[in-house]
Design a protein. Structure first.
Length: 364
């Protein structure tokens, strides 16, 4: 039995190595090239208690080199100074508008309703949904239009480059890209029509207007806690081309500032990376955490060394593709695996007891 497990783990690790290498060498980030465009882009920002972030993002957007934009912020019942800060910016730049929220309708999750409401206000040929905690370079919007037109895309989603500062972040945040970039060649999100080969990140969702209005995706997934991946699959099911990219310095984000925040956040969506299967998530964690034991027990020293080499190389390739510090990602391998197990455990408990909460609001 141990021998069979060792062969399965060796095969799986070889696949991870191939996938991570593909994500390193393929076009998985937004190209630098762009051309002149004349289409308006509606930048749509759902914001709930984002007073410490929203000003930075608005400054970035005001200074975009692509000027034909409107910026609409949805104040989602914030209890801090979010609305006041945005209102100040509306006085400085007439491209910025602030809309308020009423009572959340039954059957909707807060962010999904915010995005749907923003879309009804949008006038642009493209709709760019951004989370309030991202930072963007001044050429990002122009590059996004170029990439969309080049590949005839109805949706582009980008996983921002993560800004990681504390040890609590280093032993949690890299898990997101490790799971994604070791299992899915991002180029297949664009080149394959299979909905199962989909990925997306709600922090950056760039839609072509006609496809968005035809599908009304945020309404279609109004009760979904992991709406970004569901929307990506919805588009593919309708035969609409999409792309998912890894971010570079042109789009960054510090998602979480502590170990506790990261565990709470990732436990909300980690299972979606595995097709919403707790079994697949558990098997992935067991294979990547304890695989070395099965291989070392059942195989020769050269095979064990080859396994360790492949495992480490995959980690290195993913770190480089993610623009993360290779040394820290290798140094914290064991704590990272422990935290991944904790994400999966917390996700199981949350689903069993319907104990999901985000930004002070129960979400199911």
């Amino acid at each position: 039995m141990m021998v069979i497990a060792a062969y399965i783990i060796l095969t799986f690790t070889a696949i991870q190595l191939i996938v991570s290498l593909a994500n390193l060498i393929a076009e998985t980030s937004l190209p630098e090239t762009r051309k002149n465009h004349s289409s308006m882009v509606s930048v749509l920002i759902p914001a709930r208690n984002e007073a410490h972030n929203i000003g930075n993002l608005l400054d970035d957007l005001i200074h975009q080199d692509y000027k034909d934009i409107e910026i609409v912020v949805y104040n989602d019942q914030s209890e801090d100074e979010t609305a006041y800060i945005v209102d100040e910016y509306t006085r400085r730049d007439n491209r910025i508008r602030l809309i308020g929220s009423g009572i959340l309708p039954v059957g909707w999750l807060g962010k999904n309703f915010a995005c749907h409401s923003l879309a009804t206000e949008a006038r642009g040929s493209y709709m760019l949904f951004l989370d309030a905690d991202v930072r963007v370079a001044d050429n990002l919007i122009g590059r996004s239009i170029s990439f969309s037109e080049k590949h005839d895309l109805g949706l582009i989603s980008i996983f921002p480059k993560q800004i990681i500062k504390s040890i609590g972040e280093w032993i949690t945040v890299p898990n997101m890209n490790y799971i994604l970039l070791s299992l899915l060649p991002l180029v297949l999100v664009r080149k394959s029509g299979y909905p199962s080969l989909s990925a997306a990140n709600g922090q950056f969702m760039f839609f072509r207007r006609e496809e968005y209005l035809a599908l009304k995706p945020h309404e279609a997934v109004k009760a979904d806690k992991v709406e970004d991946i569901s929307i990506a699959r919805l588009f593919k099911k309708q035969g609409i081309k999409i792309a998912c990219l890894a971010g570079d310095d042109s789009i960054t984000c510090r998602m979480y500032k502590s170990f506790g925040e990261a565990v709470k956040g990732f436990s909300k969506n980690v299972i979606a990376f595995f097709g919403n299967s707790f079994l697949m998530a558990l098997l992935f964690w067991l294979a990547t955490t304890f695989g070395i034991l099965a291989v070392a027990w059942s195989s020769s020293i050269p095979v064990t060394v080859a396994y360790i080499t492949a495992y480490i190389l995959a980690r290195i390739f993913i770190s480089i593709a993610s623009r993360q510090n290779v040394f820290f990602n290798l140094l914290y391998i064991i704590p990272l695996q422990v935290s991944m197990g904790l994400f999966i455990y917390r996700a199981f408990i949350n689903r069993k007891y319907r104990n999901f909460e985000w930004k002070g609001r129960k979400i199911g």
